[in-house]
Ligand binder design. Structure first.
Ligand code: GDP
Ligand code: MG
Length: 439
């Protein structure tokens, strides 16, 4: 998006404010980005109108180009629309709390029940799991397996029992077991149907849950709106869990659901493992939906750690492929201050894509120390000209940094690959690439 926006704003360099014309051009790209992220088209239309209104007549901050300024407005508005602040679960310790998980089949209810239970245990709650999906084969077993894995009590449901009875009875069983939060893993269907809704309404009436979390698969995109609003009308959901955000989905569903139901996303599922649950942060989600590196915070962060002008030099080095191992080490040390390697890369427009392509050569954060040790065992000459590092030098470096020689080889290979990719992504040739200029 940033690339596209810079393109759209090329002709407006030097203009001091956002006006009808340059906003129009920029918003075309924003609209496309939102639609690509699977945001519902009606939601997109409203959103674009709001941003136009807000952006019109704004003075462009000195340090920003009109394109960056518009991105900022879009980003702020999107963050606000997504809920502004992170919203936690709405109950307190000291009484039996109840969470009801609802949603279509395969959305991730059972998995998320276990994930939230784990999350709550880390907050010193004592969770109790209740399998209330008696229809889907093996659904009860699935939650039992997860419960065992977590070493948490699970209500002994059977397929002969009635789901409403299960949930009601589970409340007293949970208290007997000394637990203080109950998670009802209810049934889903492939599509919404009356019988299912009636059952869920009865469970709600019988148990009076504190939270009714609608679980939505981030990949479902446009459809999510209708499903979410039906569940909300019938049940009055209190929040949303957006699952499978570890996939390609940009998470446009979060915006659509929030706009239509007014209910915020509270958690995101980031993988199949039970630890892969994150709190939902609207600002981060906004950047992801727009598919852009968080340009502004990069600028801020880069300036705070690097000092002005240095960021620009660095970008230039990437582009000209003059980025050497010494630069790498310097940056790595800075990265430790700013955050992880990948979070840095995601912040630089254009490099977000790169982190994906890099895949297995992306540096896990805990590797940073080891890599730093390897580079520190090189001479300055070697760092400036990695080509010099022949097998006997590799032996020496390995010894000096206390690693196997294969690890030195691997590190050098990764570095070379990375340099090549960066050069390519930055447009090469040392001319002005497509990368937006940092101030
Ligand atoms: P339910 O029918 O709503 O109970 O859905 P399940 O909890 O059984 O999940 C359906 C499938 O989605 C399972 O294979 C899960 O492992 C998978 N799944 C759930 N949440 C996530 C997630 O956040 N990321 C990924 N990659 N897979 C998930
Ligand atoms: Mg299930």
């Amino acid at each position: 998006l940033s690339d596209r926006l810079s393109e759209a704003f090329k002709n407006f360099k030097g203009q001091g404010r956002l006006d009808e014309k340059n906003i129009q051009a920029g918003m075309r790209e924003v609209r496309l980005a939102l639609l690509e992220a699977d945001v519902n088209y009606k939601v997109v239309k409203d959103f674009v109108e709001r941003v136009k209104e807000r952006a019109l007549g704004q003075e462009v901050q000195k340090s920003l180009s009109p394109g960056q300024q518009l991105i900022k407005v879009v980003n702020d508005e999107l963050t606000e629309l997504l809920g502004g602040e992170q919203e936690g679960l709405n109950f307190t310790k000291g009484k039996l709390s109840k969470i009801m998980m609802v949603g279509l089949q395969g959305a991730g209810k059972t998995t998320s029940s276990a994930k939230i239970a784990l999350y709550l245990r880390r907050k010193k709650f004592k969770p109790y799991l209740v399998p209330a999906d008696i229809y889907r084969p093996a659904a009860i077993e699935q939650l039992n397996v997860l419960g065992k894995q977590l070493d948490m009590p699970v209500y002994p449901s059977t397929t002969e029992m009635n789901p409403v009875d299960i949930c009601r009875d589970a409340l007293s069983k949970a208290e007997e077991a000394g637990c203080d939060v109950v998670l009802f893993d209810t049934a889903g269907r492939l599509h919404i149907d009356e019988t299912l809704m009636d059952e869920l309404v009865s469970i709600k009436a019988a148990c009076a849950p504190d939270e009714i979390l609608f679980v939505a698969d981030a990949m479902t995109g446009q459809d999510a709106v209708n499903v979410a609003s039906t569940f909300d009308e019938k049940l009055g959901i209190t929040g949303v869990v957006l699952t499978k955000m570890d996939g390609d989905a940009r998470g446009g569903a979060a915006l659509s659901i929030k706009s239509v139901t007014g209910k915020a996303v509270k958690f995101v599922g980031m993988g199949e493992k039970l630890s892969e649950l994150e709190l939902f942060y609207p600002d981060r989600a906004a950047s992801r939906i727009l598919g852009m590196g968080d340009v502004l915070s990069l600028i801020e962060k880069a300036q705070s750690v690097m000092g002005e002008g240095e960021a620009e030099k660095l970008t230039d080095k990437f582009r000209k492929a003059q980025f050497d191992l010494e630069d790498f080490r310097t940056q790595m040390r800075r990265m430790k201050k700013i955050g992880s390697m990948s979070s840095i890369m995601k912040m630089i427009p254009g490099l977000g894509k790169l982190t994906k392509q890099l895949g297995d050569i992306e540096v896990p954060d805990k590797e940073l120390n080891r890599i730093e040790a390897i580079i520190s065992s090189m001479t300055m000459e070697e760092r400036k000209k990695p080509k010099l590092i022949n097998p006997s030098r590799r032996q020496r470096i390995a010894k000096g940094s206390g690693v196997e020689v294969q690890e030195v080889n691997q590190m050098l290979k990764n570095f070379e690959q990375m340099s090549k990719m960066m050069k390519k992504m930055m447009g090469g040739k040392g001319g002005k690439g497509k990368m937006p200029q940092m101030p």
